[in-house]
Design a protein around this ligand. Sequence first.
Ligand code: 8YV
Length: 330
Amino acid sequence: MTTDTSPAPATGAPSGTAQRVLRVGPVNPTVAAALDAEFGALVLPEDPGERETFLEDHGEEIRVAVCSGRIGVDTELMRRLPALEGIVSFGVGYDSTDVGQAAERGIPVSNTPEVLNDCVADTAVALYLDTLRRVSASDRFVRSGRWAAGEGFPLTTRATGRTVGILGLGRIGAAIAHRLEAFGCAIHYHNRRERPGSGYTYQPSVRELAEAVDVLIVAASGGPESAGLVGAAELRALGPQGHLVNIARGTVVDESALVAALADGTIAGAGLDVYADEPHVPEALLEMDQVVVLPHVGSGTHETRADMARLALANLRQFLTDGTLVTPIS
Ligand code: 8YV
């Protein structure tokens, strides 16, 4: 006699049938614990060989996938889950999930919007200040003993009263703009749709936005539509006194063009929280004192991650109860 030791599938499916939940990639610890304890979720193996065997054994029984903005349900994985009915993603960005295929197959997807706006906007402002006033670089300067040895730190750039461009005036972009108003900044923006009520100056293209501002802050969603929106021409338009801040997705900026522009002085500096191939940060950037590199921590506070976990789990519970999501992607 064999004993089935696999966890019992969560029940309460929209169709009334049992639903097997799959965790894709690492997720927030609270979410991971609930997936295990409350939903008996299976975990997709990372090793390619083990993953193949797992998908052969379980692919057809998976009804709901829980993933993150970092590792989502990509094209190939979604194809291997023929009974998939819903995707719950942790994070506001869902570019790691093939939402086109999900839409074609009628699979609803949820994310965790709003709850992280403030922390991501705070991070953007931190990068703005650090990039212009060179806070991290001054810290390195003191620690290296150069100040104690009598050297003075070079003058920096005034952060108050600059003209700042926001690429992507969505919820996070607007929260950044609001904060920068307190610094007396004039706000310009470029967006898929003009926001006439915003009170900010609309620029019809990314190049024109870059040309008009001192600092360009990237807050646009990732994905194929925004890939490479900031390239060599836009960085040239930003100019040798210009700074770039990116708290959105590395893919929105042509990373090789950025490295080249920083190396030859086409732009003055950059503050980055995101990269094209995380956690890989181009070696050249690590050598540049005029670049601030953060390890994708925009939403990374205890409070916000707890809110994101609550929202992701609320989506999962509601989906398993009545087939609807609390915050479906629009
Ligand atoms: C998260 C993010 O760190 O929400 C997003 O889109 O980039 C971050 O807040 C990430 O999604 C977690 O996987």
